[in-house]
Design a protein around this ligand. Structure first.
Ligand code: ARG
Length: 458
């Protein structure tokens, strides 16, 4: 058992207590951030005359040697230490002697862990953002290739109106673009340095907190030491933003699972991203999409868990907060893994445009356009709706599409219909007449694509 305290105790810590309390098994994940924070801390201590330059040099060299050796696999972070902070400090003292004992001057593990977790999270927010950008690139490519690929748009999972594959992908582009802007917001809001807040009430040493903040790439230092050591809002925000990413991925996965089914055949997932069955030789399953959908619950669970952990905590630091780490680490790994796999699956997926188009032609997706035709010829919309409804009923009885009706049949329901009805309800017209901004029509789509291109180039 190796811990940083013990002077005021008369007994050894119970073995079970030690294990229950220890966090090294998971907080070793941010050893690099812990060392980086310590190097900045001693640079500030030396600048303020609290440590000598020689001490700073010794400590910095010692810390760098630990970082190097862990990176190279020459130094194992042993689980016998209470936490990563204890491991680094004890190893430093081992290596450089007395100067190492001055590392923790003007610092507590409370502001130290707050810093480490922030440094770690800040990098991960950037990584998630990068993965989202990759996904957007694939989406934009598919959009550019499919502005003419007709498919049915659905409401209630019932065919509604014709759209294009580009338009459908554009909806996801918007969702993941919003996800990126959430990452940017989180980064900005969390980018304040807690180091120098001490256990909760700052310190009596003349620390230059703005200097440490600057060395560590933070916008500024935090302004209240009690909040600094007990704030986990940025983790809750990140978990919430990742939950939203996962919700988007899960909806998309659900669509791909449906589209990949034998009944739909809108898409075929690449062999490299599909799996087989141990008993049914014919099977090719969309396991990746299903797993992404399934893992969404884990990330939601982490968010609920941390919110619940925090809700009853008095100021300032409480050990409950140690529970933030495993949850957040798991949510980050899950979200990043899902983003990378989903992007790979989407990038290699084959879209059956012929099947999509046939599906758009069947199912009366042009019924609204037939009603609009009547409206354009002076029929009130509500009457037009009724007329086309009756036409659809006839088509269903005859098992044909609206386009297959003869002009006589059209006119037997309303004399307003003329020969140009066929052009008015053709797939081409239905899609490209939809010119409102944000609609699937070619013009609207092309301007959306231009905006997205510019956005990704930035
Ligand atoms: N392992 C602790 C955590 O994750 C570090 C802070 C410990 N502070 C303390 N007063 N016990 O929160």
């Amino acid at each position: 058992m190796a811990q940083l305290w013990g002077g005021r105790f008369t007994k050894e810590t119970d073995r079970l207590v030690y294990n229950f309390n220890a966090s090294i098994s998971f907080d070793k994940k941010f050893y690099a951030q812990d060392i980086k924070g310590s190097i900045a801390h001693v640079a500030m201590l030396a600048k303020q005359g609290i440590l000598s330059n020689e001490e700073q040099e010794q400590i910095t060299a010692g810390l760098n040697s630990i970082l190097h050796d862990v990176n190279e696999g020459n130094l194992e972070i042993s689980d016998t230490y209470e936490d990563i902070h204890s491991f680094v400090e004890a190893t430093l003292i081992d290596r450089i002697g007395d100067a190492g004992k001055k590392l923790h001057t003007g610092r507590s593990r409370n502001d130290q862990v707050a810093l480490d977790m922030k440094l770690y999270t800040r990098d991960e927010v950037t990584e998630v953002d990068g993965l989202l950008k990759e996904l957007l690139r694939v989406l934009l490519r598919i959009m550019k290739e499919n502005t003419e690929t007709a498919m049915p748009g659905f409401t209630h999972l019932q065919k509604a109106q014709p759209i294009t594959l580009a338009h459908h992908m554009g909806a996801y582009f918007e969702m993941f673009k919003r996800d990126r802007s959430r990452m940017r917001d989180i980064f900005e809001r969390m980018n304040e340095c807690p180091l120098g807040s001490g256990a909760l009430a700052g310190t009596t040493y003349p620390l230059d907190r703005e200097y440490t903040a600057e060395l560590l790439g933070f916008r500024e230092a935090t302004r209240n030491s009690m909040d600094s050591v007990s704030d986990r809002d940025y983790l809750i925000e990140f978990l919430s933003a990742m939950s939203t990413v996962m919700m988007h991925l899960s909806r998309f996965s659900e669509e791909i699972i449906i589209w990949n089914s034998n009944e739909y055949r809108f898409v075929e997932i690449d062999d490299a991203f599909s799996t087989g069955s141990s008993i049914m030789p014919q099977k090719k399953n969309p396991d990746i999409a299903e797993l992404v959908r399934g893992k969404t619950g884990r990330v939601y669970g982490a968010l609920m868990s941390l919110l619940t952990t925090m809700k009853g905590l008095p100021l300032a630091y409480n050990k409950d907060m140690q529970e933030d780490k495993e949850l957040v680490f798991d949510a980050i790994d899950t979200t990043k893994g899902c983003l990378a796999l989903f992007t790979g699956m989407l990038n290699t997926m084959n879209f059956n445009s012929a099947v999509m188009e046939t599906s758009a032609r069947n199912g009366f997706t042009n019924a609204t356009d037939a009603a609009d035709y009547l409206v354009n010829h002076g029929v009130p919309f509500r009457d037009a709706h009724g007329i086309v409804g009756r036409l659809v009923l006839r088509c269903i009885e005859k098992n044909i599409a609206l386009d297959d009706m003869s002009l006589d049949e059209f006119q037997s329901v309303s004399s307003v219909f003329q020969e140009d009805i066929y052009e008015a309800i053709s797939m081409e017209t239905c899609i490209n007449k939809r010119v409102t901004a944000g609609a699937p029509g070619r013009k609207a789509m092309e301007s959306a694509i231009a905006v997205y291109e510019k956005y990704l180039a930035e």
